[in-house]
Design a protein around this ligand. Structure first.
Ligand SMILES: [Zn+2]
Ligand SMILES: [Zn+2]
Length: 377
């Protein structure tokens, strides 16, 4: 880590130039165009679609598919993600995934986490890319050996620069020539799209580690925040993600905004994705209960009659855990019986009744627990 006495690492001028130039052009050029010539609806729609293409290539492709292997995707989809990632100018799949795996392995470690949020918002957001902070491991791809077996990953890594130039100049130029709005396309589909795609992804490393709740774990700085999820195609449920990184979902409730998860699920319905990994509900609930109990214990320690209350609540905590375990075991037994022999209806229905009874008991106990936690956690 750099102390005030040690000199800062060398500036990476290329990154500095790309980030500041594109930002300046978008910040000045787009309002200027809007005021002098107006913005064309077709170009605006193309810019929104191109931004979504870049964003989802990173979240569904670079992040959940390649970095975490949370599902498998058809080569056609992997090819599109590879193009979208180059269009988003976020380095090659191989490099991005290697950085990201180090981030998860050493999260919040200022020395090793490439974008440790403990070094502040600026560093986690963009500062980490502006200087040679981790030059020593720049070409160290030992933690992504599995990805080197994917020919699309290898091809994209080899031709990354060419793909960046082709997509970033080719797509806006082609659309501008076809639509007759060349300047608008270069500014909106070209530059504004790139700047928005960059900062939206960067928010996952900065905001999603600083602002929000920690329902699953406080072992690291990752936070759950529905507003950040709105900006980041669902990646704002980052506390869940760091707790269960192999899960293809970041938001686990149907009402939470996670379009990346919806895309992956839709791809699986049409046979373009498979092997979608999820965490067992019992494990998720256990993590939530443990986190609530931890907070309640900390609060009770500060109360004058805390110890007595703590013992009583501990019994309730153990009870709610037991109910969860009983329910999960009954559900598993019922599902297994159903899978093994659907003809033995008698046995299956007995297990089903038992599972439903235990589910009702667990839900009742959970309601009581939540009321209790409302005043303590
Ligand atoms: Zn991740
Ligand atoms: Zn993170």
């Amino acid at each position: 880590m750099n102390t005030p006495d040690t000199p800062k690492p060398r500036i990476i001028w290329l990154n500095m130039l790309v980030f500041s130039l594109t930002f300046a052009i978008a910040a000045i050029g787009v309002p200027w165009l809007a005021l002098t010539q107006g913005l064309q609806t077709g170009t605006l729609i193309a810019a929104v679609l191109a931004t979504g293409f870049c964003g989802m290539s990173i979240t569904a492709g670079y992040h959940r598919l390649w970095s975490h292997r949370a599902y498998e995707a058809h080569p056609a989809i992997r090819f599109l993600y590879a193009l979208g990632g180059a269009f988003a100018v976020q380095n090659s799949i191989l490099h991005w995934s290697s950085d990201h795996r180090v981030h998860h392995q050493h999260v919040d470690d200022n020395e090793r986490d490439p974008y440790s949020a403990r070094r502040g918002f600026w560093h986690a957001h963009i500062g980490w890319m502006l200087r040679e902070y981790q030059a020593s491991r720049y070409h160290d791809y030992r933690n992504v050996r599995d990805l080197q077996r994917d020919p699309i990953v290898v091809w994209q890594h080899r031709h990354y620069l060419m793909l960046v130039l082709l997509t970033n100049f080719g797509i806006p130029l082609a659309f501008g020539l076809l639509s007759g709005d060349l300047l608008g396309s270069l500014l909106l589909v070209g530059v504004l799209r790139l700047v928005v795609s960059h900062h939206v992804t960067f928010f996952i490393n900065s905001l999603a580690h600083m602002w929000g709740r920690q329902p699953y774990s406080d072992a690291n700085t990752a936070k759950d925040n529905p507003l950040v999820a709105l900006l980041t195609y669902g990646e704002g449920y980052h506390n869940y993600h760091h707790a269960f990184q192999f899960d293809y979902r970041n938001a686990i409730r149907w009402w939470q905004f996670d379009p990346t998860k919806w895309l992956i699920r839709a791809l699986s319905w049409v046979g373009l994705a498979h092997g979608l990994k999820t965490c067992a509900e019992e494990r998720i609930q256990k993590a939530v209960l443990a986190q609530q109990w931890k907070r309640a214990e900390q609060r009770l320690q500060r109360l004058p009659n805390g110890e007595e209350l703590r013992l009583r609540l501990q019994r309730e905590y153990e009870q709610v855990l037991q109910r969860l375990q009983d329910y999960a075991a009954a559900r598993k037994a019922w599902l297994e019986a159903r899978r093994k022999d659907i003809n033995r209806q008698m046995e299956a229905s007995g297990l089903q009744r038992q599972y439903r009874e235990l589910r009702a008991l667990w839900r009742g106990q959970l309601r009581l627990w939540r009321q209790r936690m409302a005043s303590y956690a």
